[in-house]
Design a protein around this ligand. Sequence first.
Ligand SMILES: [Zn+2]
Length: 319
Amino acid sequence: MSRGRYAPSPTGPLHLGNARTALLAWLAARAGGGSFVLRVEDLDGPRVLPGQEARILDELRWLGLDWDEGPDVGGPCGPYRQSERRARYGAALARLRAAGHIYPCFCSRAEIAAASRAPHGIGDEGPRYPGACRGLGASEIAARSARRPPSWRLRVPDGPVPFVDGVHGTCEFDVAAEVGDFVVARADGVPAYQLAVVVDDAAMAIEEVVRGDDLLPSTARQLLLYRALGLAAPRFTHVPLVTGEDGARLAKRHGAVSLGELRQRGADPRAVAGLLASLSGLGSGGPVRPRELVSGFAMTAVPVRAVALRQEVLEGLVR
Ligand SMILES: [Zn+2]
């Protein structure tokens, strides 16, 4: 069995790269005889677009995907919207705090940037956190807390974090050296993506996480959180991104790259699925329904490098 999930954010349109990740996550679960969960990652409140969740779900169904559990169909591991799961993240934070795995940090962004002599970092976390608040005493914490609410950071152990990825093979990231103690809850109380995704994937009993390889570097941080929370980690499979012909990340300037626009312009969902499959080393490139790809599906067919979408192929979808 291979229980899987797809977790879109309703902050923008579902483009072909997202749809291809969703298709591969769905195929991995279905080919393994497992169930499939749809979870909406809507913690970033100000960026959530009204009506976007419903559009994304509708477009995934149009493409030919289905799910056994999700915000629209319910299920035993709900709720399936992160905005409705805040109490669970709070409980996880309380456990981490009680076990001494996290500590309050009072630094501003500017202070961290100034203190970091080699501001390389992994990117999404900014410069490496130098650990300024790691050793604060109880009285200092009380005094600073009275002035401003802290963010919370995980005490990251030294040394590399190895893991085996379904596409990339053996990987390792040295979180302590590259990121440092990272934020698990912001000062305004919003849990960090890393924490929410770990709490949810564990609570939803996900066995294999299939997602875009822009998230490959965050996997090590998540593994540290699984360890700190005493939870079993799933398998991870990071699929390469789909780019435009110019090698840049798919964007509006490449044409009709969102599922919504393709659908509106009369594209055949089977042609779209066929294209997504062919970008993944599956099928012949001709029109296909996702369910026809289940038997014989192997993640090993998926190329390790980013794949470029040829302009004429994209234009052919709406001709
Ligand atoms: Zn600090």
